[in-house]
Each structure stands twice: as C-alpha cells, then as structure tokens.
Design a protein around this ligand. Sequence first.
Ligand code: XMP
Length: 525
Amino acid sequence: MVLDINAHRILIIDFGSQYTQLIARRVRELGVYCELHSFNINDAAIRKFAPKGIILAGGPESVYKTNSPCCPQAVFDLGVPVFGICYGMQIMAKQLGGKVESSRLRECGYARLNVVSKSRLLDGIEDHVDTDGMFSLDVWMSHGDIVTKMPKDFHVLASTTSCQIAGMFREEHCYYGVQFHPEVTHTKQGSRILSRFIFDICKCRALWTPLKIIEDTIISIRAKIGTDNVLLGLSGGVDSSVAAVLLHQAIGNQLTCMFIDNGLLRLHEGKQVMSMLTKHIGVNMIYVNAQDQFLNNLAGVSDPEKKRRIIGRTFIDVFDTQSSKLDNIKYLAQGTIYPDVIESSGSTSTKVNTIKSHHNVGGLPMVMNLKLIEPLRKLFKDEVRRLGLELGLPYEMVYRHPFPGPGLGVRILGDVKKEYVDLLRLADYIFIEELHKADWYYKVSQAFAVFQPLKSVSIVGDSRRYAWVLALRAVETIDFMTARWAHLPYELLETISGRIVNEIEDVSRVTYDVSNKPPATIEWE
Ligand code: XMP
C-alpha cells in the first residue's frame, strides 16, 4: 500500500501575523505536512482536514476589540491538541473563558522566560538552570496585550518579569499557549518546542521528507496525466525548473517545455537554462525567441503596472500561438508554489492591498482551454529547493536569486528600450560576478542593478561623459515580504562601481539603494 505522506498533518490557523508562514515552514522542516488556513475556515472544513493537532498563530489585532478575528469552534470540539502562539494563546484564553487586556508595557524582543510548571510541552527543554533548580528559556516576544485571567482548569506554564502568564496549559486536553514566538530563530529552543508539540503531544510521524515528496508527487502526476501530453512554461527560475524535472521523471517525453525569451532576461540566462535542462536532464524543450514582440509591445509605455500587464499578456499571446502548433496537449503545467496559493486564495487574513500585480500567478490557463497541473502547489520555496537538489539540479541553479517574471522590464524605470536592457544586463552581470568573487552572493537574498532614465556628468580620462546613472540593490530577507538592505562592504561596492563605470561606456555613476522594505519594495517598479 502507498504511504499517505499527508496523513499526519497539522492545521495552522492564520490570524494575520507575518510569522504564520514561518510556523508552517518550521513544521514542514520537522518532516510533518501542514496547511495554513485563515481563521475564516469553517468548522466542516476543519473536520474534513482531520488534523492531528492545531496551531493557532499570531496576529496584529487585539482579541478584545470588536470584529477581531476569532477561532472556529471546531478547533476546541475536535479533541486534538491545540497550541496557541501569541495572539493564538490570547484567543484561546478569551474563547475558553479567560481574559485578555492591554499591557502597560509592550514587550518586543528578547525575554528570559521562567518555566514555573512541569508540562509535556517544555519538560527538559531549557537554556538556563538557576541555583534553585528553576528552568528558563531565551525567547523572542512581540506583544502589547496579555492574558490576565486564564480559562478554567488552566495553569500557568511560564512567566517573564513583565508578563505573569507568558504561557498556560491544560494538560489533560493537550491545550498549550505561549506568548512568545517559538517559530523565530531568536527563540533558541523554538524548534524543539514545536517538535515536542508535533511529535510527542500530537503523535505525528515525520512522513514529509524530500525523497518521499518526490516519490509521492511522481505517483500522483502519473495517475493524473495518464498518457496525455503536458506543456510547461519554463521561466528558468527554480520553481519551473524543479517542476520540469519532476514532470520529466514522472512522464518522460509526454512533457514538452516552452522557454520564452522575452528579451528581458539576465545575461546568458536563456542559454544556461536550455543547456541545463536539455543536455543534462534530457527534457524536450522549445525555445521561442519573442524578444522583438515583447519590446515592441512595451515601446512608449512607462507606467509600471501597464508594463507588467503588457508583459503578462504578451506571454499569454506567445504561449498561445506556440502551443497551438503542438498536437495533443491536454495539460498545462505551472510552477505555482504554496505561498502563491496562500496569497491568491486569500488564505492569509492580512488585508493586503495589491502593491504590484505579479504577472505569473494565474492567467495562462484561463485563456488556453487546457487542464492545469501544478506539482509544487503544496511546497514552500525552501522545500522546492531541497527537492531540486535531490533531483540532481546544480546548487547554483537551485539557489540562484529569484528573478521576477517581468524580468528586467521592472528594473528599467519608465520606457523599456533595447539599448537600456543591454546596458543593464552587463551591469547586472558585473554586480553578480563580483558578489560571487567576494563570497557575498549567497549571503544576500537578492541583488540586481536598476536602470534609471537619468543622466549625470562624469570625467573619464580627460573628457567629459554625460551618461546614465545606475543603481544597485541588494537585500537580505527570509520571506521577501520584509527585507533589509544588505550592508555590503564599502570596498566591494567600490570594486563593483569601478568596474561598471569603466567597462560600460554609457554609465557615468553608480548609486547604492539603502532602503528597507517596508516602505520600499524590493524591485523598483
Ligand atoms: P517586491 O518588489 O514586491 O518583490 O518587494 C518581492 C519579491 O517578488 C519578486 N517580484 C516578482 N516575481 N513576478 C514574479 O515572479 C512579478 O511580477 C514580481 N514582482 C516582484 C521580486 O523580485 C522579489 O523577489
């Protein structure tokens, strides 16, 4: 019998915290399947999901305010262990009859947590033992509200100097709540605490491992596709490349990949992707040179959102025209990953406005009358990467910085012209090459150059040069939703800037972007 690798699963309820996805990733890292759903999930869906345990995640609201998010009743009726984290603990306290109030002191950052009761959650997990034999943990807190009265039959699990009920529990029901965040790495024992909940309390088994995911995905692809043919739009990014290799392993020559060169790629990118997947992996590949079509459609357009829409639409047109030449294609494959699903299905409860329209989520299948297959739909990026390595893709490809679907089109501010693309491509190449040389490439999450339609004066040799100003951007981030500008060494910036200005005649000046996200987005458009 085939093992169901999703059978031992945890449900995570999202109340809008930016850390919710992190909890899900931590659970997956431990080898257990989990899904993240908004607090709006209904009772029937929770029962149908049949989790072995539930984690109530954090959130930015106050549980005592009108219309603040509540927890579905099924969470407490199901009879499975429940672990409330931050807002999750507070909502558990409130809904089970306790009280939550605003704290006089906002507690944000490191805290020393004294463990005051013996529990299955924290027993034997400690960072310090003091002379009285009292255990304590180094944890990370971020809250302005506190539980002031626990629900009936709950006990205090842990305290800090400013938060008397920093943890609570009712052991016979396997209900636990903590005010701190075990999912962030600043909480040193965080992973052990999550592991304790998942394995010892929920009795999950670690069935969710890269090898098993690969085996399972291949079996389900084969079952779904049968003898039909599949077309995959390959961007060269890690997601679509991993999807290509997985599909290739599952259905071999029934898969055809189409790589559309939109003229907005990084230097040598098209060639590298083609060579990797055709020569090394043996995937059937069609290369479409649509550079002129994209650049013509973009001519004279400077509005960022219009540019994104044009690029997205042109992809669809090209894809449509080319795929109509292929016989017997029944499925369209996409490299959609779990965060795309979460964001587009609204399973995140944050009321996020559309800041930028990401062109590659959805779109294609609607116009094409093909059935959709998305083999990475349940996976986070780090899981996709692990699968990529397991499937034999080279490290440099799997850990390459992400590249946006609209490519250099959103890194050329305003009008996109071929001469700007060529210039930017070279500068970008130099930047990345120097980051590699200085061993900084993998220390930053994303790095690139930006073209600004702006000229300045410089002096080269004895002559005056009036040429373009380029910007460099490098950021460090975990989830790409927030990011810090990378503190690259001055010497490295100097080398990069020197090379760009010396090697590219049409550049007079290089600037470095020192903006964090928020407020600035990572891309400039
Ligand atoms: P922003 O600029 O929104 O970028 O802070 C966050 C991350 O998303 C990437 N990005 C995109 N990726 N299609 C994509 O596939 C897009 O339209 C798009 N726009 C931004 C960006 O490179 C960064 O990694």
